[in-house]
Design a protein around this ligand. Sequence first.
Ligand code: ATP
Length: 159
Amino acid sequence: MEKRQTYTFYTRSVEETQALAEKLGKRVEPGDVFTLSGDLGAGKTSFTQGLARGMGIEGVVNSPTFTIIKEYIGRLPLYHMDVYRIEDEAEDLGLDEYFYGDGVTVIEWPQMIAEQLPEERCEIVIKRGAEDERTLIFTPIGSRYQILCEAIKHDDSGD
Ligand SMILES: Nc1ncnc2c1ncn2[C@@H]1O[C@H](COP(=O)(O)OP(=O)(O)OP(=O)(O)O)[C@@H](O)[C@H]1O
């Protein structure tokens, strides 16, 4: 199998992680789908908060663990999903309506719905380093996400 290209970013604080995510949030388009993986405390919620800020969403974005899907409205709708406890309900939730709709979807625990994920998406993995260091690895699947990753890589604003 062809090896996928990845984009790696390093951050040294929660603010840097949020600033990176904010750059992404400024560029997202309807139907964009991101998977977000990382251990407890890696920074998945913090990343999503930055993304939301970039989309012009005001107010608190917190973990959707007990609700499965939380919706926010900014420049576009943001659907923040934590599908860890989804089990048999996946079909009832009509996930495709989110994935192929007018909003942007962020999915935590994507491996729980591996079969239902859209073929084209951007996978993001956050790894913890020493103290506040984090490594964020983006894997774009599809040309749309490749362009997006390139744009973020070359965006020096706010650095
Ligand atoms: N570089 C960094 N990027 C992101 N968070 C960082 C960084 N350095 C330290 N932190 C801290 O790590 C914690 C990340 O918490 P957050 O809730 O975002 O993680 P999470 O992956 O959503 O965890 P959980 O799975 O428990 O919900 C926060 O307390 C944040 O301040």
